[in-house]
Design a protein around this ligand. Structure first.
Ligand code: SAM
Length: 241
């Protein structure tokens, strides 16, 4: 059944924006009385029905549980070109909760203000497609040092991925993890500078390896998220869901 993240809802009524209305009518060819799943992107889902081109109504609440049992915040040094689009799409499918795009010392691009809207749209579509209950949050891009400062004091376990380093692997760290929220930073094409790694360690981050191969700046966050999701879901049986 088609899933739609709704932005306007009043009691049992749902209001479609122009783009959603066009998609439901012209692309999916849904008509009055057809049903779909409406999500608020924050964790609630409903079975809903089309009333008119611009309105739907809620039929009943749905209890769906497809979210990971752990929150993942990715701090991603922006890769060149549109590389972050692919990271947002794939990591949303895999279960990321929050993306913090960062400008590291070796980041090449200067993201335009419109990029955030584009990334949010990609995250919304990926959440609908992968049947998630939440749409990940994406913050405005910030300098990597500012991101570290803004995190402040926290209980969360934090890791920074450093290629060619003689550190623990992320997998080893995850196997001993008890935290319900993890923060992981990945670098740009040229990697983090030694100073950035030093600052991150001073801010409470543990350097970790993702193996002996050097992953692209786009592949590293996807590998991180897959690993966390696999470990987090390892002990959950279908009966627990
Ligand atoms: N030019 C860097 C070098 O030669 O060390 C490699 C940068 S890599 C293309 C981009 C980012 O992905 C790195 O900053 C790191 O965060 C992450 N990464 C890639 N491979 C990794 C690995 N094997 N272990 C840990 N992090 C890795």
């Amino acid at each position: 059944m088609y899933r739609l993240v709704i932005t306007e809802k009043e009691k049992d009524l749902i209001f479609f924006n122009k783009e959603q209305s066009h998609y439901l009518k012209r692309v999916l060819r849904l008509k009055k009385g057809d049903r779909f799943i409406a999500m608020d992107g924050l964790g609630k889902s409903w079975l809903a029905e089309i009333i008119t081109e611009r309105e739907g109504k809620i039929v009943e609440s749905l209890l769906i549980s497809t979210e990971l049992p752990i929150k993942i915040t990715l701090i991603v040094a922006l890769p060149k070109g549109n590389g972050f689009d692919e990271i947002v799409r794939s990591c949303t499918e895999l279960g990321v909760t929050t993306f913090i795009p960062a400008i590291a010392d070796r980041t090449i691009i200067k993201p335009s203000p419109q990029k955030l809207l584009r990334w949010q749209k990609i995250a919304t579509e990926a959440a609908e497609q992968s049947e998630r209950q939440i749409v990940p949050q994406i913050t405005n891009p910030d300098k990597f040092t500012t991101v570290l400062e803004k995190l402040g004091d926290r209980e969360t376990d934090c890791y920074i991925c450093v290629a060619r380093s003689d550190t623990n692997s992320l997998l080893e760290c995850l196997e001993n993890n008890k935290s319900q929220h993890l923060i992981v930073a990945t670098g740009p094409e040229g990697g983090f500078t030694a100073k950035e790694v030093e600052n991150a360690i001073a801010a409470g981050f543990e350097p970790v390896s993702l193996g002996n191969r050097i992953l692209r700046a786009i592949t590293a966050p996807i590998a991180v998220t897959s690993l966390i999701a696999a470990v987090a879901e390892k002990n959950i049986t279908t009966l627990d869901r």
